[in-house]
Design a protein around this ligand. Structure first.
Ligand SMILES: C[S@@+](CC[C@H](N)C(=O)[O-])C[C@H]1O[C@@H](n2cnc3c(N)ncnc32)[C@H](O)[C@@H]1O
Length: 478
């Protein structure tokens, strides 16, 4: 029977948090060594049209991938795309997670993004049962869900918009009506009765893709969980909390907890930050996990930073621009040195053991590194991505060129992020970057495909800027 996901396609995309590399890195920090990424087995539940799992399968031809979903239409799109890419290491199965199983199969990584909160309890139980039955002994499962208390504010909006649009069956009309109402509500809700967060949530909703509003915000089932509740459900299926794919910013806790109380600490952190989404990693109960991050384990990894420094101020404070329009100001000499060292190498990674740590007080070094990691200013990985700066003969990743050749404008970076190449010139440029041309040859080839003389003006400089931008987006491999 066709589902709502057959009626309106959900735009899936690569999510770096839901990449086995991220799972392996966090497992390593907890003392769990997982299967190597080049030879592992990955299962994605509720994979939709494969926007997350297909690029991973491309990157690791020696690994095996299975995607499962109930809806046929997105699965057909997933099969078509993976066939077009010539992938032979991935298969898609139609199945209901309530009952689906793969007798005799084991998976090193199980990914379930954007499903758990939007399905009935029997399907949630099915997801946890599949993890219990099919996770390898050292395997890691990723399950994302809407979380409390942050979603109380969002629930206000979901209830209001569902109330407003009840009785409208046509998806397009329903979304249009919800958006129109949200726009009016932004202007009408007063500050006395409503916290400002309601208005900012409404603004975010207006920026989301129509299909996402339909499936996520207007969904009949949309159940947020406290992390403590989620962890208890997982425990009923023989699974334990391993970590979170997006670091938990445990600042400003109004309550001191002992190291034995990690569960409580997590819950208090979510109260303190009004956390609204979690991407929790689980492993089998009984595995011994390190209670906290140890410096030697961190220094085994690779590190990078997108931090771009502004000039240092007189008092020694320096501001660094980070990813996603965020910034960080610090006068801590070690923090500044770490960000400068890792930021200089971007988009490439450096060995974490080459970071300029004073080494006089390992606890202070660890604290500084962990704080920078938790804010997302430093990114650690077990395996560096295959990326390059701008070389003499630049080369864009094979996947990106294949995606463009198939007429797609949304491509996948080497860091498993979604990049929209909406600009035709950018797409033409990337298509030329196959590693055979030097900069002069690329400029000449671009001129040939440009009709307007305006576009040709200042081309050599524009080309250098564009190449740097593509490298910064982690789209170049050589
Ligand atoms: C919101 S989409 C998320 C898709 C993708 N994982 C992502 O995050 O972009 C939820 C997916 O779960 C699938 N799904 C819902 N209920 C299911 C069930 N009972 N069995 C299998 N798949 C299901 C839907 O068909 C849909 O593709």
């Amino acid at each position: 029977m066709p589902t709502k996901y057959d009626q309106v396609l959900y735009p899936t995309s690569p999510r770096k948090e839901a990449h086995p590399e991220r799972l392996a890195t966090i497992a390593h920090l907890a003392g769990l060594e997982t299967a190597p990424l080049g030879a592992c087995r990955v299962l994605e539940l509720g994979c939709g049209d494969g926007g997350n799992v297909i690029p991973i399968a491309w990157d690791y031809p020696g690994s095996r991938f299975v995607g499962v979903d109930l809806a046929e239409l997105p699965l057909a799109a997933a099969r078509k795309f993976s066939e077009q890419l010539g992938l032979s290491n991935i298969e898609f199965q139609q199945g209901d997670l309530t009952t689906w199983s793969a007798p005799g199969s084991e998976f090193d990584y199980i990914l379930v993004h954007g499903v758990f909160s939007w399905v009935p309890p029997a399907v949630r139980a099915g997801i946890l049962r599949i993890c219990q039955q099919h996770l390898a002994p050292q395997g890691v499962a990723f399950i994302s869900y809407n979380s409390l208390p942050g979603c109380y504010f969002r629930k206000f909006i979901w209830d209001m918009l569902r109330f407003h649009t009840r009785g409208i069956d046509d998806p397009e009309e329903k979304v249009a009506s919800a958006r129109e109402f949200a726009e009016k509500a932004i202007g009408a809700l007063d500050d006395k009765g409503h916290p400002g967060v309601i208005r900012s949530e409404l603004k975010e909703l207006l920026e989301r893709h129509e299909s996402v509003v339909f499936h996520d915000d207007l969904a009949g089932i949309n159940e947020p969980f406290y992390v403590e509740e989620f962890t208890a459900l997982a425990q009923q299926h023989g699974l334990q909390y391993l970590g979170d794919a997006d670091p938990v910013r445990e600042h400003g806790l109004p309550y001191q907890v002992s190291t034995e109380d990690r569960g409580k600490e997590r819950q208090y952190a979510d109260f303190a930050t009004a956390r609204r989404f979690r991407e929790t990693l689980l492993c089998r109960e009984g595995l011994a996990l390190a209670p906290s991050i140890e410096l030697p384990r961190l220094l085994n990894l690779w590190v990078s930073s997108k931090a771009a420094p502004a000039p240092e101020q007189e008092d020694g404070t320096q501001t660094f621009t980070l990813a996603q329009d965020r910034s960080l100001s610090t006068n801590h000499p070690v923090a500044k040195a770490l960000l400068l060292a890792a930021g200089k190498a971007w988009p490439e990674m450096i060995r974490a053991n080459s970071l300029p740590l004073p080494g006089l007080d390992p606890a202070a070094d660890l604290d500084c590194v962990v704080r920078l990691m938790m804010t997302g200013a430093l990114e650690f990985r077990l395996e560096p991505p295959h990326v390059n700066g701008v070389s003499a003969r630049p080369c864009a990743s094979g996947l990106v060129r294949a995606q463009l050749a198939l007429g797609k404008h949304d491509v996948t970076s080497q860091r498993h992020c979604f990049v929209n190449l909406g600009d035709e010139m950018a797409r033409r440029l990337v298509a030329l970057l196959d590693g055979t041309r030097d900069h002069t040859e690329i400029a000449a080839a671009l001129v040939e495909c440009m009709d307007s003389p305006n576009l040709r003006e200042g081309l050599p400089e524009k080309l250098e800027t564009s190449l740097r931008m593509l490298a910064n987006l982690s789209l170049l491999t050589a």
